[in-house]
Design a protein around this ligand. Sequence first.
Ligand SMILES: [Zn+2]
Ligand SMILES: [Zn+2]
Length: 445
Amino acid sequence: MKGFGEKSQANVLKGIEFLKQRQGLHLYPFAADKAKAFLEAIKALNGIKQAEIAGSLRRRHEIIRDLHLVASCDTDQRRTLMSEIAVLPMIAEVISKGEHKALFKLKSGLTAELQLCEQEVFPYRLLDLTSSREHLTALSAHAKAQGLELTDSGLFKAGERIVCQDEAEIYKAMGLNKIAPELRENLGEIEAAAQGPLPELVSTSDLKGIFHAHTLWSDGDCSLEEMANRCRELGYHYLGISEHSQAAVYAHGLEVDRVKAQWQEIDELNQKMTDFRIFKGIEVDILGDGSLDYDDELLAGFDFVIASVHSRFKMEREEMTERILKAARHPSVTMLGHLTGRLLLAREGYPLDVEAIIDACVEHDTIIELNAHPSRLDLDWRYGPYARKKGLKISINPDAHSTQGLDVVDYGVAAARKGGFSPEQVINTQTLEAVSEWLAQRHQK
Ligand SMILES: [Zn+2]
Ligand SMILES: [Zn+2]
């Protein structure tokens, strides 16, 4: 096109392609809300015995295309129940409807597949509809090697169904320990489950405190005291405050004198509370050359430092990797924030050698944040197996800009579980005493 350079044209085309790809896709919270409402309506019908959400939503994928649900009832009620479900208020259109299976377009725009089966088939159907294709293929091969046959309606030995009450029993009958729905991606979970029980996955109740929150001091909506009080109400024992640094002018990043003024307010609040502590932190900008947005002396005065990229996203992979590696190696940096800068369904992350950064973080005892915001979930769970093998520690951070913003930790926990992380690998499962000691030790180093 006239007036557009080669590079601009390529960028426009890339943007169009990106828009096309995200059509019909939804972030987890939206899809989960709609699925839950549909599930509750199905469960409320007379004759439904058991009903569950399956599919990629149950596997806690960050982006959802379609919903999958499975329900059980007596055979003679199936036809009636299918008809009752087809007229539930959330349904916009019946795409197809048989006695066993129906496809609906919901008013929310999501497509939902529902399978109705007998109660004895339910656990097998749930396993089948939950697991990824890759997990199922590997699982079927595993069954075959044991002289069994796994289908969506049973696990069979010489044509006889092995009776199982739930998914755990199905895995057990194949000589496997239970595999949580989040892990069913064939990333080594079947081999691990053959050898012993899988490690316990982190859960929300394991979290003892929070890092990464903003207040009115930078671009948050609540005061420091309000944030701390909400954290205490939620049962946390500490809050790591991390405003933006001075380069982030758009977000009222703190100049040096405002940093020191905030420290004073934190000291005063800490004096008032005996059962809770506010840590003095900062979310410091990683500048274009990998240096940080404050001098080393100021940085050394914080209890913890999160280093994040907020500008100059367009960089070649190698240059961006070097930039972030430099920050990861800085002695004052405690953790890296939202590693790739991705905003799911809105902006791709910058290209980055994530594995090289994980290696450097392990070497320098630097944490990588798992940003819990549902449109970030960055570190990506797909790096979980590599990160765990290397011994990386993560922190499940809400990046909260208000008291409500603290609630997103649940999504971060789900992503951490999906990455296979145990409580010991998550820094904010540690008690106030342990975390304080760890931060102090790091300071001395
Ligand atoms: Zn940030
Ligand atoms: Zn932030």
